[in-house]
Design a protein around this ligand. Structure first.
Ligand SMILES: NC(=O)c1ccc[n+]([C@@H]2O[C@H](COP(=O)([O-])OP(=O)(O)OC[C@H]3O[C@@H](n4cnc5c(N)ncnc54)[C@H](O)[C@@H]3O)[C@@H](O)[C@H]2O)c1
Ligand SMILES: O=C(O)[C@H]1O[C@H](OP(=O)(O)OP(=O)(O)OC[C@H]2O[C@@H](n3ccc(=O)[nH]c3=O)[C@H](O)[C@@H]2O)[C@H](O)[C@@H](O)[C@@H]1O
Length: 328
């Protein structure tokens, strides 16, 4: 297959691009290298991909002319759409960046896809955050997703509705993947496991959020290699319109995440435990993955202990023990 990967210089996009290339698919990436987090990490991922023969075009998915040019040059059979404004809490600081990338950018991309010949099958990243205030556990794809707790979640939910219309009207094949707190090497510095690692190594305090009534928050942390397998599996089995959970099925509390990091880093964390501010967080996530398992054999195999060991190994080789000052 020939795949356009949007957000290819991002965390998940770089891993998926590499995996596609390694198994022999044609891959072209696009990324706007924005400064939501340290762009030098995005550039380093781009260089790593270039070494494997994957080129990442610098550009915005809102640039319809650029996208049309790419489709003129390459007859993409698939689009793996991972470009987005990610992060739950940042939506309170910069709401418009979510509308720009997750709604306007998505529509621009779908407009190009619907008119392309051949029409590519689209697989894109939604998010576990669409389950919002729903407290049913585990979350199944058919559960309520109409109570988002953040603007980020609302834009992902909007994406699910928008993609549905492009399938309904233009017959685009579209698969939405609800990722659950993905972590691993080459990860995102804004995410807790990454910023905790940086602060613990620098001897700085970390802030651990806790739910109401002193209940620990928990996430169904999912290792990047498992998510990549899910992305490739869904690209290989496209169908008219589908949505799948790609989680790990075993939630772990945030204090337990910190303990694992302390063990791997051999440093004790200085913890400030505070009640979760009302900034878009949800108390827990937990995926039912039976649909993805049935449709394309999705089966996560990496637990948090093992996955964080691999992350810490990468972190130390990339930044060294004294790192921290350069990355936000
Ligand atoms: N990592 C997670 O835990 C997680 C969980 C659920 C969903 N997701 C979703 O998965 C996808 C990938 O996430 P990630 O963790 O790799 O994030 P990321 O921020 O590392 O990657 C996204 C990339 O898209 C690029 N980008 C953003 N807006 C763009 C635009 N308008 N035009 C072109 N490029 C643009 C960014 O520069 C970045 O490199 C996103 O859609 C995200 O919302 C991620
Ligand atoms: O699964 C998802 O849909 C979402 O997963 C992550 O969002 P989140 O789970 O909030 O990931 P982190 O920011 O790494 O937070 C993980 C946990 O640590 C907690 N946390 C975060 C930051 C902090 O300083 N302290 C702290 O205790 C959060 O409340 C949360 O419970 C990604 O950042 C989102 O882009 C993605 O859409």
């Amino acid at each position: 297959m020939s795949v356009l990967v949007t957000g290819a210089a991002g965390f998940v996009g770089s891993h998926v691009s590499l995996a596609l290339k390694k198994r022999g698919d044609g891959v072209v990436g696009i990324d706007n290298f924005n400064s939501y987090y340290d762009p030098s990490l995005k550039k380093a991922r781009k260089s790593m991909l270039a070494e494997h023969g994957v080129f990442v075009v610098a550009g915005d998915i809102n640039d319809g002319k650029l996208l049309a040019k790419l489709f003129d040059v390459v007859a993409f059979t698939h689009v793996m759409h991972l470009a987005a404004q990610a992060g739950v809490r940042y939506a309170m600081e910069n709401p418009h960046s979510y509308v720009h990338s997750n709604i306007a950018g998505l529509v621009t991309l779908l407009e190009i896809c619907k008119s392309a010949n051949p029409q590519p099958a689209v697989v894109w990243a939604s998010s576990s955050s669409v389950y919002g205030l729903n407290e049913k556990s585990p979350f199944s794809e058919s559960d309520r997703t109409d109570q988002p707790a953040s603007l980020y979640a609302a834009t992902k939910k909007a994406g699910e509705e928008i993609t549905h219309t492009y399938n309904h009207i233009y017959g685009l094949s579209i698969t939405g993947l609800r990722f659950f707190t993905v972590y691993g090497p080459w990860g995102r510095p804004d995410m807790a496991y990454f910023s905790f690692t940086r602060n613990i190594l620098q001897g700085k305090p970390i802030t651990v959020y806790r739910g109401k009534n002193r209940v620990d928050l928990a996430r169904d942390f999912t290792y990047i290699d498992d998510v990549v397998k899910g992305c490739l599996g869904s690209l290989d089995t496209s169908a008219p319109y589908r949505i799948f959970n790609l989680g790990n099925t075993s939630p772990v509390t945030v204090p337990a995440l910190v303990s694992i990091l302390e063990r791997h880093l051999k440093v004790k964390a200085k913890k400030n435990v505070v009640e979760m501010p009302g900034n878009g967080d949800v108390p827990f996530t937990h995926a039912n993955i039976s649909m993805a398992r049935r449709e394309f054999g999705y089966k996560p195999t990496t637990d948090l202990q093992t996955g964080l060991k691999k992350f810490v190994k990468w972190y130390l080789s990339y930044y060294g023990y004294n790192h921290g000052k350069a990355v936000n």
